[in-house]
Design a protein around this ligand. Structure first.
Ligand code: PLP
Length: 394
């Protein structure tokens, strides 16, 4: 038997994230008939709360799935085989979204970018301007690329699409930004949004959704890709507007409580808290990096720093997964690893969801110890820098 690990498991992953006690309690319940009026009220409250968090009055379609299901649902409901979409590249998740879309016969063009800075808006502008026949049916963007910690400026992307007078739909993956930093579906002219439960929403994985505005619903009416479980038309015709099959009641009870917590704190206050914790994390990494060959922030553009996750690049030749293993085995601290081509090169500290200063400092302090124990070159003082940042912003 593995030895007992005393104390709390420190969970600093970029999703899933920590689940507040009251959300766990709200989900701890027996089955009930999902057609009952009592549950319908919960379902409606979850949808209405999500619309407030998304800043939309659009339709919300829910799926018993993770984010991958919501990607799939969105693409099969909006397009027909052969349709062309432009995916803004930049990391593991945009690559996955592109690969998934290709499986359904879409002609996906990836606008390649430097992963450490994200999309070049001039190149996007040029690509849209060159599409005189408006062949591109949608521009797809991952708001927060969780693999790289680069966050995209959605209003600026919207402005580029508008300046090109391009009719493409604007689709956004908000899986690791919603409930973490500013996101406004209607004001930013976003036609469809893909979301999931297990990050800023502080719920277990397993409930995902798409919010669709009027232009997306109009595109849906023309879309011919086969679909059944995910079919929005069928969902709209059901009494359960927005779900297919047996509704899993538990995550909806959890979602209502999670949204209540977010609104009690205040949506802008939640964004501000994420910003404070993220800035402190970046201050720590920057301090560690003040050595000859130290760790560094993977994202190179400060205007695009993510407030929900920090991706940390280790010096060449050092295996980030060994550091993560040390953190987990020796100190019971779980961090995120590198995905795809970044595997072994980076590690990620998630600072999204139900998190406070003390929890973050616990993680950063342990990382600083582990850097030392692993003999990874770094300058001391990361935790002190994080504390200074948190003191300044308190
Ligand atoms: N999009 C982003 C930005 C993500 O971070 C993730 C998962 O971490 C996904 C999509 C895929 O979601 P899931 O793992 O829930 O299927």
């Amino acid at each position: 038997m593995a030895p007992r690990k005393p104390g709390r498991h420190f969970f600093a992953n970029p999703g899933p994230t920590n689940i507040p006690d009251s959300v766990i309690a709200a989900m701890s319940r027996n089955s009930m008939d999902f057609m009952e009026a009592d549950f319908l009220a919960v379902f409606d409250a979850a949808r209405a709360g999500l619309q407030r968090l998304l800043f939309t009055q659009g339709e919300v379609f829910f799926y018993a799935s993770t984010g991958h299901g919501a990607w799939e649902a969105t693409m099969v409901n909006l397009f027909s085989p052969g349709d062309q979409v432009l995916m803004i590249g930049g990391g593991f998740f945009s690559s996955q979204w592109a690969a998934l879309s290709r499986k359904f016969g879409l002609a996906v063009e990836v606008l390649e970018v430097d992963w450490r800075t994200g999309v070049d808006l001039d190149r996007l502008k040029a690509r849209l301007a060159a599409d005189r026949g408006a062949e591109i049916k949608a521009v797809c963007a991952v708001h927060n690329e969780t693999s790289t910690s680069v966050a995209l400026p959605l209003p600026e992307i919207r402005a580029v699409i508008d300046a090109a007078r391009h009719p493409a739909l604007f689709l956004v993956d908000t899986i690791s930004s919603l409930g973490c930093f500013e996101f406004r579906m209607a004001d930013w002219g976003i036609d469809a949004v893909v979301g999931g439960s297990q990050k800023g929403l502080m719920l277990p994985a397993g409930l995902a959704f798409t919010a669709a505005g009027p232009r997306a619903l109009a595109a849906h009416a023309q879309a011919k890709t086969p679909r059944f479980y995910f079919d929005w038309t069928a969902m709209l015709e059901r009494r359960f507007r927005g779900f297919t099959g047996t509704v899993p009641i538990t995550p909806f009870f959890g979602m209502v409580e999670a949204l209540r917590l977010i609104e009690q704190e205040g949506i802008p206050a939640v964004w501000a808290r994420h910003h404070r914790l993220a800035a402190a994390t970046r201050a720590a990494v920057t301090a560690w990096g003040r050595s000859n060959r130290g760790p560094e922030l993977y994202c190179r553009d400060p205007s695009r720093y993510s407030d929900s996750v920090t991706t940390i690049l280790l010096p060449e030749g050092i295996n980030a997964d060994s550091l993560r293993a040390l953190l987990l085995e020796r100190f019971n601290v779980s961090t995120g690893g590198g995905l795809g081509t970044l595997s072994g090169k980076i590690f990620r500290i998630g600072h999204m969801g139900d998190l406070n200063e003390a929890m973050l400092l616990g993680t950063l302090g342990t990382v600083e110890m582990a850097l030392k124990l692993a003999g990874i070159p770094h300058a001391p003082g990361g935790v002190a820098a994080a504390m200074e940042s948190l003191t300044q912003s308190a």
